[in-house]
Design a protein around this ligand. Structure first.
Ligand code: 3HC
Length: 316
């Protein structure tokens, strides 16, 4: 039973827009939901490297190849920032990695869809990183200090990710030949709805939104961020000459937002449960990379041990 006075002091401190740091007292539930969310976020960054990594060797030019390598490398770095932020809450990184590799841990559903053509790489940068920016700009103001600071750093790189994706879509949808325009539209059709699902279930169905908003972990609800993403993305699609794959999408003058159709939550839940098009393949690839990278971890640990021995000898 947590001390009521401590809880009240914690809530007042958060309500006054202070950042909670690792050494501060925090409710067990605050720590628990942060470990859950930051770990899933880190896992998403790492698994998110796979769909795009799949096209590095098939990029249409050296320029595109170097941009894609740089983006995928950034995602790995985002994963490391976030695992580090999670470790400040007292969890062990090896445990987090094990939970991902065993299929126990969640990561964003979006990364369980296939990248069928080069246009998917454009659609991912434009839509997936675009949605991530909407979510992560909001998370820059999260009440947990290490997470907030990781978001500030990550958001700087995300804007490059989104712009390079949109540039690919301009090359194909706006300036491309008929076949390339068709390829861009097909990719848009594949990634539009899964991108809306990235923001999570509706707030009414959200298990965590209420408490996480009270603790200022979440600064905006899932629906609000989803709507913001739709409102900013529809004009971008129209500029590309793409058709939004939603017959119910229309501008609502009264609300000043786009109304859009019902999300297929059955599809969302199936993908989250592990039954998406690429769930099994993503975990197999992750496990294979982890096994093949064992020698790197062993060499790094051996080097660290040697360094410690040398320091111990020189200190003696
Ligand atoms: N995929 C998989 N699971 C999802 C999900 C999604 N798109 N959206 C929600 N869920 C899960 C939640 O994890 C939760 O499950 P749990 O209780 O087992 O953890 C359940 O569905 C209920 O959802 P809630 O909305 O109640 O959960 P949250 O309050 O955690 O909100 C969230 C979900 C908005 C995704 C929030 O966790 C969040 O903001 N996370 C940080 C951002 C993030 O993880 N983004 C993922 C993509 S990272 C990325 O895009 C990288 C970029 O570089 C490409």
């Amino acid at each position: 039973m947590e001390n009521q006075a401590l809880l009240e002091r914690f809530q007042n401190y958060v309500d006054a827009e202070n950042k909670i740091e690792a050494k501060d007292w925090m409710p067990d539930g605050y720590r628990k939901t942060l470990v859950r969310q930051i770990a899933q976020h880190a896992h998403s960054e790492v698994v998110g490297m796979l769909p795009e990594g799949n096209w590095i060797t098939r990029a249409p030019s050296l320029r595109r190849k170097t941009i894609l390598i740089s983006k995928v490398q950034d995602e790995a770095g985002h994963g490391l920032y976030l695992y580090s932020a999670c470790e400040t809450l007292g969890v062990d990184r090896d445990t987090l990695i094990e939970e991902l590799l065993s299929g126990k841990a969640k990561y964003s559903s979006i990364f369980n869809y296939p990248t069928v053509s080069w246009a998917d790489i454009g659609a991912i940068g434009w839509l997936v990183d675009g949605a991530a920016i909407v979510n992560q700009v909001s998370l820059q103001r999260t009440s947990y200090g290490p997470y907030s600071r990781a978001m500030v750093r990550i958001c700087k790189e995300e804007s490059f990710h989104q712009r390079q994706g949109y540039e690919i879509m301009i090359a194909l949808a706006k300036n491309g030949n008929e076949a390339q325009k068709k390829m861009a539209q097909e990719a848009f059709n594949r990634w539009w709805w899964p991108s809306l699902m990235m923001f999570g279930p509706s707030d009414a169905a959200s298990a965590h939104s209420g408490q996480n908003m009270a603790w200022k972990i979440k600064r905006h609800g899932n629906d609000e961020l989803r709507q913001k993403f739709v409102d900013m993305t529809v004009p971008q699609a129209e500029y590309l000459g793409l058709t939004i794959p939603d017959k119910d999408l229309k501008w609502n003058e009264a609300t000043g937002h786009y109304d859009f159709g019902e999300i297929d939550w059955t599809e969302f839940n199936e993908v989250v449960k592990g039954n998406g098009p690429c769930n099994k393949q993503r975990l197999q690839t992750r496990n294979k990379a982890h096994d093949e990278g064992a020698w790197v971890r062993e060499a790094a640990m051996a080097y660290a041990r040697k360094q410690q021995e040398r320091q111990a000898v020189s200190a003696a």
